[in-house]
Design a protein around this ligand. Sequence first.
Ligand SMILES: *Cc1c(COP(=O)(O)O)cnc(C)c1O
Length: 431
Amino acid sequence: MKFFSTNDKNHQVGLAEAVIKGLAPDQGLYFPAEIPKLSEEFISSLQDNSFREIGYEVVGALFSDDLSELQIKELVDHTLAFDAPLVKVEEGIYTQELFHGPTLAFKDFGARFCSKLMSMLLQNAGQKVRVLVATSGDTGSAVANGFLGVDGVEVIILFPKGKVSKLQEQQFTTLGQNIKCLEVDGVFDDCQRLVKQAFLDKELNEQLILTSANSINIARWIPQALYYFRAYSLLEDPSKKLVISVPSGNFGNLAAGILAMKMGLPIEHFVASTNLNKVVPEYLKGDDFLPKPSVQTISNSMDVGNPSNFPRLLALFNQDEGELREYVSGAFYDDQQTRDAVKEIHALGYLADPHGAVGYLGLKKFMADRPEFQGIFLETAHPGKFREVVEETLEMSIELPDRLEKFLKGEKKSEPMNAEFSEFKEYLQQL
Ligand SMILES: *Cc1c(COP(=O)(O)O)cnc(C)c1O
């Protein structure tokens, strides 16, 4: 499989280069040169397959030129070590729980696939690779836990000071070993800018092998398509029209759902659900795409003002904006609406986190006058990860799963960093 840059279709590279480079030299995102279609037979018999069997087929369709059958099996088995079950919340409305991995958020899928694939591709490199990650919360923990102890790889995590919940912070700053953390005096977009600048710095790239494990990396992005297939396979009535609402920040998750659809999965429509960082919903309504500084909300993993996967949304529809707007609609909600939704869902007997609640609202809005649809909203994190907000909203205490509790007891290790590139560059050169 070849991958092109979303800035230049003629710039094409192979799998290893796309994964190790992360970002194309012209700052474009890598994108598969061809999207393989899965057979109708496979799609219509999805219910008879386990999650892993689905994984072998889908990953095989994309990567069988580059990896052996055994490698694909190893990669999928490592990634899908936990399920993504569908839970019925009310008639016709389901949530897909994507939080059964080690850090209790959907990013575990991408991070596990990425670390495994990188270590396969790097086996012969013989030189240390630095993975740079900007995080607004969950990426850091998923990537750090995915790469912890992986030979030949050092992970450097940049996170905005005071903008990440204590619990999220503890999940990556307490690990040690090959995981280094920088607490940046700025917002998430500053962290992302520093990482992007490092990849573009000629001198730095001559001295070090730098790579990215952000959602821009195809090895983080592509495996997210797998759980959409799983969701479909678990529906009671797969013949009913399906809409999926995706709580979105950088829009990697949504773009992976569209990839699944383009590979032949019968999803009729998507809702891009966001908080007040609403650049994409406004674009989908007909405005231009106008990135803005991010604003802070209670669904803080979606506080992104300049969503990095936007070019992939366009590439998935061959730059046809009309088609993109036909298949994807947007919705955005403020913190009060989000809290009210957490309460509403709780009254239905389900405990949702603020991100899932935003997804629920977007789904309900779309389905309000479309009785022919059934819907799924993705529950992107365990409510315990956003304990303060959920407890305050529901006026009750919620229990943390053991694996989350464990992180709270660790000792935080991080270094302060200002938002100037020169300081970050110096830090990298001294590693
Ligand atoms: C990262 C994250 C999102 C946003 O996902 P994108 O792929 O960046 O759109 C939503 N919810 C949670 C809990 C997250 O961690």
